[in-house]
Design a protein around this ligand. Sequence first.
Ligand code: C2E
Ligand code: CA
Ligand code: CA
Ligand code: CA
Length: 273
Amino acid sequence: AKSTGRDRCAVFDEAMREEAMRILDLEADLRRAINGDGFVAFYQPIVRLDDRKVIGHEALLRWRHERRGLLLPAEFIGLGEDSGLIEEVDWLLYAQAIEHLAHDKGGGYISVNVSPRHFLANDFADRLLRMIDRAGADPHRLRIEITEVALLDDVPRALRMLRTLRSHGVLAQLDDFGTGFSALSYLHRFPIECLKIDQSFVAGLIGETQPESVAVVRAIQALAGTLGIHTIGEGVETEAQRIALRELGCTYGQGFLFGQPAEVAPKLVALTR
Ligand code: C2E
Ligand code: CA
Ligand code: CA
Ligand code: CA
């Protein structure tokens, strides 16, 4: 029995070692890819729920890894955050999105994701605004997506950041709304353009969890109503979800029903389908 235990330990150690090597490997690859062209922006449409008119796109990060193929953020963002590298990757993505805006004649917006730590970095707004200016892009067509964590960690700083960006035309939308410890009483203090209803509630609108999800979405809609802002339902996969969201008062939606994230540069011009 003892030797079985030791064998099991050996197997476990080996697995840990391999995992550690894999992470080190990936981190070295990450550093290399930052200097190459391994990171690309995919774009997913955001539409008006009633007529599916495209009003903007969210830029989503993808890593085209030499050996592992196309990697999703979940597979490397944690790593990038731990090593501080994700901020550099984010700037590569923002540059692509802003470049894209500068060359597109349409009127749609592109939203980019900003991690909380990155958002609260001193030079974030200045650097973003400089990048927009240099590219000759319209700042009103770029939006940032942040989560509640980014707002509540350092309220005065977050306020300053949002006001600076907004005064130059860059609006903010609150991502994954409903999943955090929503400090609702704080929300009215922040200049937020839109609440993105987390996809877990959208998924829950159909099926067993329907009552709970409907209650949450209703509460979010009521809140958005008092703040005078719109909502975007995330992860809309079915027509039933689209209709349910619309009936609950949600204006916009995003999800596989309307379009997958795709590399093909979208025509950002709002098209009526
Ligand atoms: P998120 O901001 O909540 O982005 C939405 C995620 O839902 C995306 O996953 C998107 O591909 C996925 N999605 C869209 N429609 C549907 C649908 O109908 N059904 C389902 N099941 N999923 C859908 P993705 O691209 O894997 O990104 C995951 C997360 O990684 C994002 O969540 C965001 O937090 C983060 N992320 C993505 N791009 C960036 C970036 O450039 N910088 C930073 N810092 N984070 C990023
Ligand atoms: Ca997002
Ligand atoms: Ca989200
Ligand atoms: Ca998320």
